[in-house]
Design a protein around this ligand. Structure first.
Ligand code: PT1
Length: 297
């Protein structure tokens, strides 16, 4: 453990994420709770297709400590089927509308379709979470016009084929180069640099070893000036080392993974198990407070 760098997450000036009327101060790692409105999510498929159930779940995530709710209408786990625009819109928009009226949270939308994100933004969404890093036609222009924060994620291939034969010469530098390049493209299209977030994309076209190489070198992504999202909750990279085959049973390893990301500088953690992750984060926060001399807990 002694060669894992531990950047100060509360070093000043801290970054502030601004989205319309909302502000999120990234002075310590913040939790993004996952709300899947899909019939085929890898860990909670079909549970929250009903908007009433989705709202209850979001309220629970918020109460447990999530300050962002990530609404997803397209499953992007390995091998997932593609979904039509109409279907995605019909799953996502009603939930975003009701969420924005009822909860004091930032709403992110896990989509690659500019049509879905435009409608979601009109319904009150604050953040575009795009696993395809604004690569769909019209996505870059749409992101610039919406003037909202965007998460750019790395993926090799597509969800349908990405786990067939992932291969890298050097995974850390290739993922970083990709994120730099998509950042350039976004800024060139008119997206504000302070609206850009990075995500190395655990599980998206990566072998188990690639995923752990990314985890071991996570700090490098956190020192480029963009807030980084750590998102490995319940993923197969955890099952691969614990032997736990059922995603919903990977809570302990998910919390461990989230804490490793946070310790290395991740400022947003995308998680299913918000309460458990929030509890674990208290330990890291206490350590940072002791180190900074700001011990008032
Ligand atoms: C992610 C992410 C996401 N992951 C962001 N959004 C998923 N920003 C959906 C497995 O190996 O990492 N970052 N939206 C879900 N995708 C996966 C991928 C789920 C791999 C499971 C696996 O089990």
């Amino acid at each position: 453990m002694n060669n894992i760098p531990t950047p100060k997450f509360n070093s000043s000036p801290c970054q502030v994420l601004r989205a319309r009327e909302r502000e999120l101060k990234l002075d310590s790692p913040k939790l993004m709770g996952i709300l899947n409105v899909t019939p085929d999510s890898f860990s909670d498929g079909g549970e929250y297709l009903n908007p009433d159930k989705a709202l209850d779940k979001a309220a629970q995530l918020h109460q447990d400590g999530a300050v962002i709710i990530d609404v997803g209408g397209e499953s992007t786990r390995p091998g997932a089927a593609r979904v039509s625009l109409e279907e995605e819109l019909s799953r996502v928009i009603p939930v975003v509308e009701r969420l924005s009226r009822t909860l004091e949270v930032m709403i992110s939308v896990d989509t690659s379709a500019p049509e879905v994100m435009s409608a979601a933004a009109a319904a009150g969404a604050h953040i575009w979470n795009d696993i395809r890093a604004l690569s769909r036609p019209g996505a870059l222009e749409c992101a610039a016009a919406l003037d909202l924060p965007v998460i750019l994620m790395h993926m090799q291939g597509s969800p349908q084929t990405m786990q067939d034969n992932p291969a890298y010469h050097e995974v850390l530098s290739e993922v970083e180069a990709f994120l730099q390049q998509r950042t350039q493209a976004a800024v060139h299209a008119g997206v504000k640099p302070e609206h850009i977030l990075w995500d190395p994309g655990f599980g998206f076209g990566k072998s188990v070893q690639d995923n752990y190489t990314l985890l071991s070198g996570f700090t490098r992504f956190c020192t480029q000036g963009y807030p980084v999202v750590g998102a490995l909750s319940r993923k197969s990279m955890l099952g691969a080392v614990t032997g736990i085959a059922v995603p919903a049973s990977r809570v302990i390893s998910s919390v461990a993974g989230a804490l490793i990301c946070a310790q290395q500088g991740a400022l947003i953690l995308r998680v299913h198990d918000v309460r458990e992750t929030a509890e674990a984060l208290q330990v890291l926060k206490a350590m940072h407070k002791a180190r900074s001399g700001n011990w008032d807990i």
